[in-house]
Design a protein around this ligand. Structure first.
Ligand code: ZN
Length: 147
């Protein structure tokens, strides 16, 4: 791998760890040319997982899309990027636990909401109102009861 600082390829790994939910491997590398250290993440390519919408063709799963949906739901929390990365890991690991090659956007929303409910109420409510069609106050009450 090329060093991001000096662009040479002579680097060594000096620390390796799995992330909490086992979805990624974290490596600390050192460049043998310039001495700078940097981090790399190794994660399985989840594009094999198809996401079915209510209309249209299924699309490949995108971590970036899930991450940005969560990012919009959270207000400024401390260490926002790391927090949302960890929440994204949790949700991905629950998605993979389903052991399906295709999931629906509805299934994803249920997993996201049940995860957020126990983690951050404001983010839960923001995600719920953005990603669910709430036609009436009665429907909101039903959705709230569901999680
Ligand atoms: Zn370097």
């Amino acid at each position: 791998m090329k060093c991001p600082f000096c662009r040479q390829t002579n680097t060594e790994v000096y620390n390796t760890r799995g992330t909490k939910f086992g979805t990624q491997t974290w490596r600390r590398r050192r460049c043998l040319d310039c001495g700078q250290a940097f981090t790399t993440y190794e994660a399985p390519d989840l594009r094999f997982l198809k996401v079915a919408k209510s209309t249209g063709k299924p699309r490949s799963y995108s971590r970036a899309k899930l991450f940005s949906g969560l990012y919009a739901a959270f207000l400024d929390v401390p260490h926002k990027d790391e927090t949302i990365d960890a929440v994204t890991d949790t949700i991905e690991s629950k998605l993979l636990d389903l052991r399906q090659s295709q999931v629906s956007t509805q299934q994803i929303a249920v997993i996201v909401l049940s995860t957020l409910k126990h983690f951050n109420t404001a983010a839960f409510l923001r995600y719920l109102t953005t990603h669910t069609d709430l036609a009436s106050p009665g429907q909101l009450a039903r959705e709230l009861k569901r999680y």
